[in-house]
Design a protein around this ligand. Structure first.
Ligand SMILES: NC(=O)C1=CN([C@@H]2O[C@H](COP(=O)(O)OP(=O)(O)OC[C@H]3O[C@@H](n4cnc5c(N)ncnc54)[C@H](OP(=O)(O)O)[C@@H]3O)[C@@H](O)[C@H]2O)C=CC1
Ligand SMILES: O=C1O[C@H](COP(=O)(O)O)[C@@H](O)[C@H](O)[C@H]1O
Length: 491
């Protein structure tokens, strides 16, 4: 197994230190990097949020978070003890005009890399960055990491980008989309551009359509306050799913240099056919889960999860058909769907190839399955090429579908770091390849905006679907009326 190369000493200030993301993802990710020696013992984590906690109070919370979110076999008492000693806490209200930002000056080391990780709601990004700038906390070696979604729509995204950009340069700004840190997502570049067989076939002549599914079993998980103002389109599709689409659809970059990769992704976002209100009505489906069952256990509906007795029009499911106006992808639909409280947690990309134009096999040789390539992001990272092969044995030339299967963990025989581990270290190193450039964020909002507007002008209730189902039946109709079906293994 390749050894982790230690990153330079850093101070990482995490705003939103008491929140779900920090406790569930960021602290465990930093723990693993510390355990593997990539985060050296001199580096420090400084949590910041409004809650009035001492260093020791916060360490106790961090310890509980590791207990809960790091699998028991990875708990190492000594390492956890040393890791916790590198954690500090500063209480601050970022919206308070008289907040004492000089507290950070007293703690931070001028000489080392400074990462300001903003794990708060996006409306605080501007005020936090302005305050950091005014307090003289932004050094040449500073970077800021912004969580998604950046803004609520195009206008608010631009306002945030502008405000952050007046304090941090583009090179200092790391807009995180944790899907880009997933191993299989990065592998899309290798798959497409290091394999002649795929590179030559990756176009409308051979590919019939593409499906991208990101299904979750979880509901609101206590995040209703955020999620209900967001919904599936803003929470998942505007960022994670469009980034996946970019990596599937982009042309080969001239090199792996960050901006060359990002240039190509940007072209894809700009080539997405803009939807008019009629397209939105026919090409998008929004749903909201009702009570149902997952894994045989009853689960409440969205309104009950929200728990405030209100009637919400927020979608917890979206399916849509997107099209790209390019030579490579002419008339190749991209079907995207994502939702909460679906039957299983699975994220996958299906490249559906066209059927052979003429068959020499008898029509009863087998049920015909055109080839498909299924890239699985989770739960198990890997890919499978579905092919037709001869059914072994006598009795004529019968065909049966068979898969060429690569499961990453099994093939490489080791644990893969979580996306946040990789991305946090990239931010410390100053490598922006797997982060979104400002123009990408704006282009993604530009495409999503007409959908948001059309939905807002028709404020009808999202279609209900029982928890534990694959979304509203209209989402099935969306693809079936084109003579296609969602990838079967999922159902
Ligand atoms: N949770 C997740 O799985 C994911 C979250 N994200 C993004 O990460 C960000 C954070 O999400 P999440 O952790 O779920 O949110 P939470 O609501 O759980 O946490 C918000 C954090 O912000 C702090 N906070 C709120 N107001 C202020 C303020 N005025 N000044 C300083 N701190 C403040 C809160 O602490 P306190 O109350 O103590 O001030 C808390 O630590 C969001 O942008 C979200 O979209 C992205 C991907 C996944
Ligand atoms: O960004 C987000 O992602 C998670 C899903 O992430 P995954 O890595 O578990 O697939 C989602 O639950 C959350 O609502 C969203 O904000």
């Amino acid at each position: 197994m390749p050894k982790s190369v230690p990153v330079p000493i850093f101070d990482c200030v995490v705003f939103g230190a008491t929140g779900d993301l920090t406790l569930r993802k960021l602290l465990p990710a930093l723990y693993y990097r510390f355990r593997d020696g990539q985060m050296t013992p001199e580096s420090r984590i400084i949590g910041a949020a409004r809650s009035r906690l001492s260093d020791d109070d916060y360490r106790a919370r961090a310890a509980r978070a590791l207990e809960q979110h790091v699998p028991a076999q990875d708990h190492d008492k000594q390492t956890i003890h040393h890791f916790l000693n590198q954690i500090f806490y500063i209480p601050i209200d970022a919206t308070e005009p008289d907040a004492d930002w000089s507290q950070f000056l007293r703690v931070l080391d001028d000489a080392c890399i400074r990462v300001f990780y903003l794990a708060t709601s996006p409306d605080l990004y501007g005020p936090i960055c302005q305050a950091l700038g005014t307090a003289g906390l932004v050094t040449e070696k500073s970077r800021v990491v912004l969580e998604k979604p950046i803004g609520h729509d195009l206008a608010s995204a631009r306002a945030i980008l502008e405000s952050v950009g007046s304090v941090f340069s583009e090179a200092q700004t790391f807009r995180i989309d944790h899907y880009l840190g997933k191993e299989t997502v990065q592998n899309l570049l290798a798959l497409r551009f290091a394999n002649t067989i795929f590179e030559r076939l990756w176009n409308a002549d051979v590919i019939d359509h593409v499906q991208i599914t990101v299904a979750e079993t979880v509901g609101l998980e206590g995040r209703g306050g955020y999620y209900d103002r967001s919904g599936a389109l803003r929470d998942m599709l505007q960022n994670h799913m469009l980034q996946l689409l970019c990596l599937v659809a982009m042309e080969a970059p001239v090199s792996l240099q960050a901006d060359r990769v990002r240039d190509e992704k940007l072209k894809v976002l700009r080539a997405l056919k803009r939807m008019d209100p009629h397209d939105v009505a026919t090409h998008t489906i929004r749903g909201q889960y009702a009570a149902g069952a997952i894994d045989g256990q009853p689960v409440p509906g969205y309104a009950a999860d929200l728990g405030d007795g209100s009637t919400s029009l927020t979608e917890s499911f979206v399916a849509l058909k997107a099209q790209l106006c390019t030579l490579r992808w002419a008339n190749v639909p991209f079907y995207l769907r994502t939702g909460k409280r679906l039957p299983k947690k699975v994220s996958e990309i299906v490249i559906q190839f066209r059927a052979v134009p003429f068959s020499i096999f008898p029509s009863d040789a087998a049920e015909w399955h055109p080839n498909s390539l299924i890239v699985t992001l989770q739960p198990e990272e890997g890919m499978r090429l579905e092919m037709m092969t001869k059914d072994p044995g006598p009795g004529g030339l019968r065909l049966s579908p068979t898969g060429l299967d690569i499961r990453f963990e099994k093939t490489f025989g080791r644990r893969f770091p979580d996306a946040y581990e990789r991305l946090l270290m990239d931010a410390v190193r100053g490598d922006p390849t797997l982060f979104m450039r400002r123009d990408e964020v704006e282009a993604a909002w530009c495409w999503v905006e007409p959908i948001l507007q059309a939905w807002a002008s028709r404020p009808d209730h999202p279609r209900p679907y029982p928890a534990g189902s694959w979304g509203p039946t209209a989402a099935i109709a969306l693809i079936e009326r084109d003579g296609r079906t969602w990838h079967e293994d999922l159902e």
